[in-house]
Structure formats: structure tokens, C-alpha cells
Ligand binder design. Sequence first.
Ligand code: HEM
Length: 81
Amino acid sequence: TSSFPVYTQEEVTKHRSLEEGVWVTYKGGVYDITEFVAMHPGGDKILLAAGGALEPFWALYAVHGQDHVLDILSGYKVGEL
Ligand code: HEM
């Protein structure tokens, strides 16, 4: 069981700018990464995933397949799909 709220994809899709907040999904989790955007080692590319799934992008940029990257992401979890 989980204490996180459940969001629809439609709700996630509304969050794709720094003004509205930048949310992404990964393996059924919803993450508000607004505060991380400016800290991202890969720069503004991170905004390509705003409002949607990380999986297609992380499949291309395999640097994300490391525990320390997943640790960062987990800190921004706000809900589940
Ligand atoms: C590098 C985190 C999304 C493109 C990195 C690194 C971290 C990170 C920690 C450095 C990894 C290392 O060197 O060990 C994240 C997180 C994301 C995210 C937490 C989502 C919440 C994305 C997306 C893209 C992307 C969506 C592309 C569309 C890149 C690139 C690098 C990178 C190109 C390499 C930068 C370099 O070394 O010059 N990311 N990333 N990232 N990321 Fe992301």
C-alpha cells in the first residue's frame, strides 16, 4: 500500500512548464521535478519529458540507469498514476 495520491495522465500533462510545475512519470510513479530542472547535469533537455514519461528519454540517455540517479528521482515523488 502507498500513501501517495493517484493522478491521471491528464493531470500530469498539465504540468509541463516551470510556471505550472514540471511533472514526469516513471514506472507508475509521478514526480514533481520543478526544483531539480535547474540542477540537472544534462541541462534543459530534461524539459523534453515535462508532462510525460521519462522512459523513452532514459532509454536514449543510458547515463540515467544508475542507482544515484534513481535516488534523486525518488526524492521528488508526489503520487502514482
Ligand atoms: C545527465 C538526472 C531527465 C538528458 C544526468 C545526470 C543526472 C540526471 C543525475 C548525471 C548522471 C551522471 O553523470 O552520473 C536526471 C533526472 C531526470 C532526467 C532526475 C528526470 C527527472 C533527463 C531527460 C533527458 C536527460 C528527460 C533528455 C531528454 C541528460 C543528458 C545527460 C544527463 C544528456 C548527460 C549530461 C552530461 O554528462 O553532459 N541526468 N535526468 N535527462 N541527462 Fe538527465
